[in-house]
Design a protein. Sequence first.
Length: 77
Amino acid sequence: MIEEGPQVTKSSLLDMQVCVPTDWTDAQAEEFANARNPTGIDSRWRLRGEDDRAQAGAPIRVKCQGREGFVHIMLSC
């Protein structure tokens, strides 16, 4: 069964991937990430910029293959 609504799809100490509705703003995605999986430190989750080395030239928003109308976004803290 596929979970409905936004979700955290991957999480590590420094990186997180969320699957959120396509029409969500960057601020909404960050707010969701920080509410769902707080870092526990002063730094908050932020969307990676296109110039982030960890992004390796990939687009910031990638269409979700399993859920229509959703995108995957990587964040770092």
